[in-house]
Each structure stands twice: as C-alpha cells, then as structure tokens.
Design a protein around this ligand. Sequence first.
Ligand code: UFG
Length: 324
Amino acid sequence: MKYCIVTGGAGYVGAHCCKELAAVGYFPVVVDNLSRGHKQFAKWGAFREGDLRDHAFLDAVFKEFLPEAVFHFAGYTYVGESVEKPLLYYNNNVVATISLLDAMRENACNNIIFSSTAATYGNPQYTPIDEKHPQEPINPYGQSKLFIEKILEDYDRAYGIKYSALRYFNASGADEDGEIGEEHDPETHLIPLVIQAALGKRKNVKIFGEDYPTPDGTAVRDYVHVTDLATAHIKAFERLAHTGESISLNLGTGKGTSVLEIIESVRRVSGRPLEAVMAERRAGDPPVLVADSSAAGKILDWKCRYNDVDAIVKTAWNWHSKNL
Ligand code: UFG
C-alpha cells in the first residue's frame, strides 16, 4: 500500500485531495487537530487526531505508516483574522510546518506537496500573475505561507527534502458526488455566502465595492474548482517522485469572474431570487487576481475540468442545498 500523510485532511481542500488520492490507489492518512476541520470529512484511509506541533504524536504517525509523501494542507486561512492575530498565524502555520519538516527529516520522508496561496503575491503588479511575479504579501496569512515557501527552499538545500509549492487562487465548488464541500465557520467566502442568501439562510449578500477599475466595477477573481486542485496535487506528487525536482506553481483557471457575475451565476443555477446590496470595499482586497497557470499546464500536464463558472457554482449549490 502507498501511504501518504495528509495534514489538514479534514478541511475543505485537504478532504477533496484525500478522495482523489484514494481513487488513484493511495492510502491517505489524515492528520488533523480538528481545530477547524470536520471529522466527518476524514472518510478515506486512516485518521489520526493530533497537532503538528506535538513531536511525539507526529513521530508515531510517521513510524506507523512510513509514508511516501506528505500533502500539507493544515493551516489557518482567514486574511482578516491574521491581521488581528498575527502570532496565531505564525505559530499555527509556520511553527507547525517546521515541526512537520523535522518529523519528515527524522523519518526519511523526502517529498512534500505544500498548499500555498496567491496571497503570497500581495497586490498584483500585473495580471495574469505568473510565478515570476514578486512575492510581497500584504497580510500575515500571506506572509506565513511565504515564510513556509522559504523554509522549504532551505530544507531542500540542507536536507534534500523536495517540495511542490502550489499557489492556489480562489478554491471553490464541491465534490461532484456531494460527499464533501466547503464549510467554514465563520464563512467569509463569496460563493458559499451567495448560496446561503439564495437558500434564505441570510437576508442578502453584500458586494464589497462597486467602483473597482473592472468591467462591471466589482472585484474579479480566478475561481478554480477544488477537485481540479486535488488532481493537480496528485500530479505534482507524481512528478516530484519521478524527477526529484522542487517547484512552485500557480493553480487557477486563467479566467476572471466578477462578484456580480458570481451572483448572477448563483441566480441561474439555483433558480432562486436573492438580494445583493452594495457595501464598502473590504480592506486589503485587490481589484483583480487572475492566475497565469500555463507552467502547471505544461509541467504537470494539468487541465481544469471545470472552466465554466456555472459548472463550479452548480457543484457548490448541490452541496450547500443538501447540507445547510
Ligand atoms: N466578497 C464580497 N462579498 C462577500 C464576500 C466576498 O463582495 O460577502 C468579494 C471579496 O471582496 C472578493 C471576492 O468576493 O473580491 C472573493 O472573496 P473571497 O473572500 O471569497 O476570497 P478572497 O479572494 O478574498 O480570498 C481567497 C482565499 C484566501 C486567499 C486569497 C488570495 O480565500 O485564502 O484568495 O489568494 F488568501
């Protein structure tokens, strides 16, 4: 059996990756402290509850499974919270990763696929953003992920731990079979919030800013389906195992969608009325964030199955309408 440790495997992107890993013959071992994950999402492979900063716990998991690789999703991801509580992010994201890397080193596990983010780029200096774009994060969340990328480079040089750092744009949608989906508490992401409004779980959805320099005045993002992200992780691992070369890659569709277009899409997909109200811009939001993922396309032979925003929203709608 080919074992992989999946940290944060009870979270949104991690759980989708476990499902894909199991589908292609790997045995995912979810390691999650459940501080923000959902136990019911850890349904493939094995589950070990514990914290990455607990050395004895982690060491025991490595010794039990002798994994070929680590898929590292565990981490906090709220930009606003990271501004208010930076230490929480440096501790939970950076310190935990150092502990994980040390356990890998001690147990001769030399491949890691790391969940990084477009937030490491900060305010875009040009668009679409390729991997050569300067990385100047504007909040502690992005900073914590960039620190980890730098630590990975150093561990590669010093100890030969090879990595793929995958910088996602806006992870969205849900598993096609409706087994898992996006569930954050509190929810801050656009698509789930718009769907909650369509389901009558909230009165309306607020549009943060209508005066951006974009075609309809609302902010534009690159929404990439979570199952496409999961597939990219597996391809990145297989390439890493094959070539032994570390790499950092963007993951997005290359297509920008505005806030208003998302709202229209939810209206179309759900067939429900929903109220949208204009609000102030949210601090720290760039007008446009779109990926140039051509490198991932070429190097990983990766193509998004979901290129159409309605198709992405449909999977999210199916999940939320069944589970809310
Ligand atoms: N938005 C609204 N109303 C809402 C919520 C969001 O108008 O109620 C807008 C935001 O202002 C933004 C867009 O919808 O323009 C998308 O917002 P999300 O919160 O869904 O996603 P972000 O682009 O802010 O964040 C995502 C990830 C972060 C990551 C960031 C940059 O969730 O983890 O992309 O890569 F840091």
